[in-house]
Design a protein around this ligand. Structure first.
Ligand code: GLP
Length: 243
C-alpha cells in the first residue's frame, strides 16, 4: 500500500479526482468503482468542475457503485442511487445506462447480486475503485466478520453503522437494516484502488488498517494484500500514525 500524505480534505479531494481523471483520459472504456458517504463528496465536486472546464469527458466511462440500501427506491433522497445522481451523474456527460448502483428494491435480491457481478464481468472488471472506510473498518458495507471470500451479497448492517449513518435520516429507525454490497473479493479484483481517509475520527481506523493484522474482524485490512492500493490520507486522519 502506498501512502499519499495530504494536508486536508480539500487536497485529498483534489488528488483523488486527479487519479480518476488520469484513468478516464488514459483508457478507451474506463470502468470506475464509486463510493458514497461524506468522504467522496469533494471528489465529485472536483470532477464536475473539471468536466465544466472541458478538461475531461465521461462519455465512454462506466461506473459501478459499491453498495445500496435494501428497500430504498432510487427517488428516495437517502438512497445511494439518488446520492450519485445528485452529486455526480446529472452534472457530467456520462450516459445514464453506464451508471450502475445495486437495486435494493428488487424482489429477488440474490438474483440482483448475481446480475451485478455479471455486469462487472461483462465490462472486464473495475479499473479504478475508490473507497472510503467505516469507523469499524468496513469497506462498502462489508461489516466486521464478513468472509474475505465474498462477492456481491446482501448484508445486515451493524448497529454502529446504522448509528453512524443516521445523520442522513430523520431518525435511527428509518435507517435500513440491510444493504447490498460488492463483496470483499469483488473489491479486491479491482485493478487499482484508492482509499480516502479524512478527519480525526478516522485516525484509529487508519492506524489499524496500516498496522493491524489482516483479519475478517477489520475488513479493510485485506487491502494490505492488494498489489495496487493508494491511501490518500489527510493530516488529521494520520494523527495516530506511528512515525
Ligand atoms: C458508509 C458506506 C461506505 C463508506 C463509509 C464511510 O456506510 N457504505 O462505502 O465508505 O460508510 O462513510 P463516510 O465517508 O461518510 O465516513
Amino acid at each position: 500500500m502506498e501512502m499519499i500524505e495530504v494536508e486536508d480534505y480539500q487536497e485529498m479531494s483534489r488528488v483523488a479526482s486527479q487519479f480518476i481523471i488520469e484513468k478516464v483520459q488514459l483508457l478507451d472504456n474506463p470502468v470506475l468503482g464509486l463510493a458514497t458517504g461524506s468522504t467522496p463528496e469533494g471528489v465529485y465536486k472536483q470532477l464536475i468542475e473539471k468536466r465544466k472546464q472541458g478538461n475531461v469527458s465521461f462519455a465512454n466511462t462506466s461506473t459501478f457503485n459499491l453498495d445500496e440500501y435494501v428497500g430504498l427506491d432510487g427517488d428516495d433522497p437517502n438512497s445511494y442511487r439518488y446520492y450519485m445522481n445528485e452529486k455526480l451523474f446529472s452534472h457530467i456527460d456520462i450516459p445514464g445506462e453506464n451508471t450502475r448502483v445495486p437495486n435494493g428494491m428488487k424482489k429477488d435480491l440474490e438474483q440482483e447480486c448475481g446480475q451485478y457481478e455479471q455486469l462487472i464481468k461483462e465490462k472486464q472488471g473495475i479499473d479504478l475503485q475508490m473507497l472510503g472506510i467505516g469507523l469499524n473498518g468496513h469497506i462498502g458495507f462489508n461489516e466486521p466478520g464478513t468472509s474475505l471470500q465474498t462477492r456481491t451479497h446482501v448484508v445486515e448492517l451493524a448497529q454502529s453503522t446504522r448509528k453512524a449513518n443516521a445523520r442522513f435520516f430523520d431518525s435511527l429507525e428509518e435507517v435500513p437494516e440491510q444493504a447490498i454490497t460488492m463483496g470483499i473479493e469483488t473489491i479486491m479484483a479491482s485493478r487499482e484502488i484508492i482509499l480516502l481517509v479524512s478527519g480525526e475520527r478516522k485516525a484509529e481506523a487508519l492506524d489499524r488498517l496500516l498496522n493491524g493484522p489482516v483479519t475478517e474482524d477489520f475488513p479493510a485490512s485485506i487491502l494490505q494484500t492488494h498489489p495496487n492500493v493508494k491511501i490518500i490520507a489527510d493530516r488529521a486522519a494520520r494523527s495516530l500514525m506511528k512515525k
